[in-house]
Design a protein around this ligand. Sequence first.
Ligand SMILES: [Cu+2]
Length: 155
Amino acid sequence: MKRRISFALLALAIVRVVAPVDAAEPAPGNVSVSAAWARATPPGMTVAAVYLTLTAGSQADRLVGAATPRAAMAQIHVVSETAGLARMRPTAGVEVPAHSSVTLAPQGTHIMLMGLPRPLVAGERVPLTLQFERAGKVGVEVAVRAPDAAPLAAH
Ligand SMILES: [Cu+2]
């Protein structure tokens, strides 16, 4: 009997720790993520770029971060050209206007996976969690395609 009570107290303690975190996260559903893909990487390469399409419903949102268990770090990068050289740098976020889609594609904004412990292999599916200002966390699977794969056609 005593044992049962302590289990109940333990469960209560877990709920109390978890609840405030859940409450702080906005309900998902306004933003959707589709056509997420990346190119397979050659041996020894520890970075890869992920491309995808973000679509907002009636409310605008903003992609502010990303994370994956498959790499040490994920950053949102923008590409700018200076004196004929393309350079990428981290950006604070990507706006997705209401009722609009934004596609991250080669030569442009991408999500950079850094610190890959092993190369991305064609056919692999990489779990990626995107962090949005309004929608909170949205999970997506990134399809890894052959190194010479062309961008997916826009929908
Ligand atoms: Cu990059």
